[in-house]
Design a binder for this molecule. Structure first.
Ligand code: ADP
Length: 199
């Protein structure tokens, strides 16, 4: 079998809250294959976001290791992690964090300015099915459309992996399904590995 995209071993994270230790993660082993779609399920507070943050290089574990291909993330300093995120990771959150004064297309294009080898912003807006709406500002778009812009923005950075933290959490059921369809299309057409937290 090919080398996994991610290999996490013995991953634990403890938060110290005054007198109390919160074990957010306990000894997690995880392999993620390139091109896979991985859904992380579990009750609130079970450590899903904590795990995603470790994989995205947004936080570091208390013990254990994370490899991305042959690079050990848990050895990188903050500057190294910033570079890792910029080169390899796209993020999609429950809320869209778009810039209200910019059009959909401009929101996507702006993100690509710091990417080493970005995808074409207009093509990404097309990919998420918003070709007609590129000139609209966020206030003119629905929740599902805003999330699709946020997905286009993440994919425009040409990431190897898209980490999605409850991407449908603020949407009604049917709109959520549409957004998941768009994520599946990104996986299929761009080959982007998907790791998503959902409930
Ligand atoms: P989930 O995403 O499954 O809801 P989280 O990963 O957000 O779970 O949280 C797991 C546990 O760690 C929870 O008990 C949460 O309160 C705690 N936790 C998460 N982040 C922090 C933090 N920055 N400081 C202290 N405790 C935290």
């Amino acid at each position: 079998m090919a080398e996994p995209l991610y290999r996490a071993r013995d991953l634990s994270k403890t938060y110290h809250m005054g007198e109390v230790d919160v074990n957010a993660l306990r000894k997690v082993d995880l392999d993620v294959q390139t091109g896979e779609i991985l859904a992380i399920l579990g009750p609130s507070g079970s450590g899903k976001s904590t795990l995603l943050h470790m994989l995205g290089g947004m936080d570091t574990p208390t013990t254990g290791t994370v490899h991305f291909r042959d690079e050990e993330l848990t050895k990188l300093d903050p500057a190294g992690l910033t570079l890792f995120r910029r080169r390899h990771v796209g993020f999609v959150f429950q809320f869209y964090n778009l810039i209200p004064s910019l059009t959909a297309l401009e929101n996507v294009a702006m993100a690509t300015e710091i990417a080493p080898a970005p995808n074409n912003p207009a093509e990404m807006v097309d990919l998420v099915g918003l070709g007609e709406r590129g000139s609209h500002v966020p206030a003119q778009l629905s929740g599902g459309e805003l999330q699709r812009v946020a997905i286009a923005r993440a994919v425009a950075m040409a990431p190897d992996v898209l980490l999605c933290d409850e991407p449908t959490g603020a949407l009604d059921y049917r709109t959520g399904i549409l957004v998941l369809d768009v994520l599946r299309k990104v996986n299929r057409e761009m080959g982007t590995t998907l790791i998503l937290i959902t409930h």
